[in-house]
Design a protein around this ligand. Structure first.
Ligand SMILES: [Ca+2]
Ligand SMILES: [Ca+2]
Ligand SMILES: [Ca+2]
Length: 288
């Protein structure tokens, strides 16, 4: 059983990005299935699970069930797996870290990542939670009383045209990779497409951009509100001038979010910098 799984693993791994190692944490990498025992999400490290911003890839491994393929990392449309055919399957990463789609083990068949089990990754901590389900093996628990699984990084995905923007993000909003560039600005809201990519806002919607919508100070508190998205965290930063020539520093609120609300209102204790310039910076989740 082990051998058959391993051969499949080697064959399919040939389609993966060469040398892509698992993103999973060395210690917190064991899921549990009551029927088949522990399942190692790190695999053998070289072929272990990779969690990306759009898709998962790599393999999970169970001593009793062999390798479980999470997808090639190369979805047919360049964005996410269609899961409508055997050559375009895998587990997608959606919204605030929902894991949805199908994995496959040669010895155990399809494993569903769907809404009932609600498997997901917390994009702030990297911790996985929820369940995947296989008709032949039952539930796979991604965290339990004794162990949990965690990713150290979230892989931004391929950038084949080298413009600093992940191809999946480009192709989900344009017909090809030429439309967006590192300096282009399509919707005229004053933020380049690259900046909107980093901020998690929409580059073809002039009403979507990262901006402070309200702020006030009642010493020692600073109240700040800004437009938010569920795929980003935020840091409220201060500087002595608008160019930030002396550098930007955290006002003191730390990492804020993510939230499913469209706006964040934060109250930050700040007694010392009454004349400083304030900005909100978007932080992408666990990007290496
Ligand atoms: Ca690109
Ligand atoms: Ca723009
Ligand atoms: Ca925009």
């Amino acid at each position: 059983m082990y051998k058959a799984g391993w051969i499949l693993g080697l064959l399919l791994t040939g389609a993966l990005v060469a040398g892509a190692a698992t993103t999973m944490n060395e210690t917190n990498s064991f899921a549990y299935s009551a029927n088949t025992g522990w399942i190692n999400l790190q695999g053998d490290i070289t072929n272990g699970m990779i969690i990306g911003e759009y898709v998962c890839s790599g393999y999970m491994y169970g001593a009793n069930i062999g390798w479980i393929n999470l997808g090639s990392g190369l979805p047919t449309n360049g964005i996410q797996y269609g899961n409508g055919s055997a050559d375009d399957f895998g587990v997608n990463v959606e919204g605030e870290g929902l894991l949805r789609g199908y994995a496959y083990g040669a010895n155990i068949g399809w494993i569903a990542f769907e809404t009932n089990g609600d498997p997901r990754v917390d994009i702030r901590t990297g911790n996985l939670d929820g369940y995947a389900y296989g008709a032949n093996i039952g539930w796979i628990n991604l965290s339990n009383l004794y162990a949990y699984t965690q990713t150290d990084q979230i892989n931004p995905g391929a950038d084949t045209d080298g413009d600093g923007i992940a191809d999946a993000w480009e192709l989900s909003r344009a017909a090809d990779l030429n439309f967006f560039t590192h300096t282009s600005e399509h919707d005229g809201d004053g933020y380049t497409d690259y900046d909107e990519y980093l901020a998690g806002t929409e580059p073809l919607d002039a009403g979507s951009y990262l901006a402070i919508v309200d702020s006030s100070r009642t010493d020692p508190d600073l109240d700040v509100s800004w437009a938010a998205t569920n795929t980003r965290m935020y840091v409220v930063e201060q500087a002595d001038d608008v160019e930030g020539s002396g550098g930007w520093t955290d006002v003191g609120g730390g990492l804020i979010g993510p939230t499913t609300n469209t706006e964040i209102s934060a109250t930050i204790s700040d007694a010392t910098n009454e004349t400083s310039i304030i900005r909100v910076r978007a932080q992408r989740p666990l990007i290496p």
